[in-house]
Structures are given as structure tokens and as C-alpha cells.
Design a protein around this ligand. Structure first.
Ligand SMILES: C[S@@+](CC[C@H](N)C(=O)[O-])C[C@H]1O[C@@H](n2cnc3c(N)ncnc32)[C@H](O)[C@@H]1O
Length: 238
């Protein structure tokens, strides 16, 4: 796997601070719960895994409906450390307190068919290979289980146009290279949600819900997909 995409340093950056502030603000405003609601995500008595959990904002929302098991996984130990302290403050029994684990998609430390629900929000732009990552998410999902993912589409970098001129350009260039060669060049490479849906169908998942945010110059900025794993899954190498 490309090391380029893995944050191994345990240091608190300006980006971490800004991300945590924004993520927890969205949580307080009820935006995170609303996103789960539009995907019709149910957690009660289910085994739930959040991959790329960052500072745990989604885990806090997922914990409210008392899942049977709640696990968060991320490669970034700074996020995990800060997430743990936020979670300790915000989640009290009977809400389910999540277990946090440092691990990297596409190598999740769980047996096949462990979880009823796997969420993976805003992580796909960072993984080197979409199909390999989605196949791993499907592997740990029970047959009939739910996968909920979100990611960034072509409209996403337009919001950076004013602030950092080079950033959107790099993102578009990286997306173009990815489409032509299948290789991701930088973090935050943009995807086409149709391609993500095609991959999901190809590995045995049925798309149930597909939402997008089309607010930025008519382009999809962020997409959310919910899919169900079939009872029999085709061989990923086919
Ligand atoms: C944009 S943040 C999203 C955080 C959270 N899921 C949310 O919706 O707010 C992306 C997260 O994915 C994590 N990440 C990136 N690549 C990863 C990988 N290969 N495996 C696990 N986590 C990864 C990053 O460390 C970061 O916490």
C-alpha cells in the first residue's frame, strides 16, 4: 500500500484542530445525525464499525441508539487520542462507548463477516485503490449487512478556489491522472460516485440510497451511498 496516504506522525496540526472544531460543531448542530437519518442508518443491537473515524464525531452520533458493539478505526493516532478524550466527555452509558483501534484500510484487523453496519465517511478520497478498499469493507460485513460511505466529488475543491489557488488545481490534476491510469497521486483525490457504485455492485453489494450535495457550481461536492451486502458475494479477483 502507498505509504504516501498514511499519516504516521503523532502530532497535532492546524488541520487537526480545524477539522475537530468543524466536525464537533456539525455534531452539535445535528447535521451528523441528519446525514445518518437520510441514509436510514439503524444501529440498535447491531455490531457497528466506523472506518476512518477521525476524532470520533460519527461514533458519538452512532452510539446514541445503543449498538451491541461499536468500534472506530483510524490510521491517525492524533485523531484517536483526541477522539478518545472527546468520547469520554460526550458518551455516557447507556449509550455505547466505542473501542478505538489504530489500523489502516485496506488491512482491517477483523474476521470476515463480523459487523452488521460499516460506515466509512470521507475516507475514500485518501485510500490508494478504491476497489481494494471497498472489497475490504465488504469482507468484514455480514451477509445482509449495511455499508454506508461518503466521499468527495468534482465540486469539492471549488470551495478552495479563493483561499488556496493551487489546491483545487492539484486535486483536479490528481483526479484526471486517477481516471486515466487508475493510480492516486495525492491525498484527497476526487472520485466519481458512479464509479464507486459500479465497484460496489461488482463486489456483490446492492445500492439502496444515493445522495449528493450539488451546491458547488452544479458539481457534486460530497456524496453519500448506502449499500447492502448480498448473501453470496462474487470472488473479488474475478
Ligand atoms: C476527512 S477525515 C473523516 C473523518 C470522519 N470519518 C468524518 O466523517 O468526519 C478522513 C479520515 O480518514 C483517515 N484515514 C485516511 N486514510 C486512512 C486509511 N487508509 N485507513 C484508515 N483511516 C484512514 C484519516 O486519518 C482521517 O481521520
Amino acid at each position: 500500500m502507498g505509504k504516501f496516504f498514511v499519516m504516521e506522525k503523532n502530532e497535532l496540526t492546524k488541520w487537526h484542530r480545524a477539522y475537530i472544531q468543524n466536525a464537533y460543531h456539525e455534531l452539535e448542530q445535528g447535521i451528523t445525525r441528519k446525514q445518518l437519518g437520510t441514509l436510514n442508518i439503524k444501529t440498535t443491537d447491531r455490531k457497528v464499525l466506523d472506518v476512518g473515524c477521525g476524532p470520533g464525531n460519527l461514533l458519538v452520533a452512532l452510539s446514541a441508539d445503543t449498538p451491541q458493539l461499536l468500534v472506530g478505526v483510524d490510521v491517525d493516532t492524533t485523531f484517536l487520542t483526541l477522539g478518545r478524550s472527546k468520547i469520554e466527555k460526550l458518551i455516557t452509558p447507556p449509550s455505547k462507548v466505542p473501542t478505538l483501534i489504530c489500523a489502516s484500510l485496506p488491512t482491517l484487523p477483523f474476521a470476515d463477516e463480523t459487523f452488521d453496519l460499516v460506515t466509512c465517511f470521507l475516507v475514500m478520497p485518501h485510500v490508494p485503490d478504491d476497489k481494494v478498499a471497498l472489497t475490504e469493507l465488504a469482507r468484514v460485513l455480514k451477509p445482509g449487512g449495511t455499508l454506508a460511505i461518503s466521499g468527495h466529488g468534482l465540486g469539492f475543491p471549488l470551495r478552495y478556489l479563493k483561499r488556496f489557488r493551487l489546491k483545487p488545481l492539484r486535486m483536479y490534476l490528481a483526479s484526471l491522472i486517477y481516471r486515466c491510469t487508475g493510480k492516486k497521486w495525492i491525498r484527497n483525490t476526487l472520485q466519481n460516485e458512479k464509479q464507486i457504485c459500479n465497484i460496489l455492485s461488482g463486489i456483490g453489494l446492492t445500492i439502496d440510497v444515493r445522495n449528493y450535495n450539488k451546491k458547488v457550481l452544479g458539481c457534486v461536492a460530497t456524496y453519500w451511498i448506502r449499500a447492502t451486502k448480498s448473501e453470496t458475494i462474487p470472488n473479488a479477483t474475478q
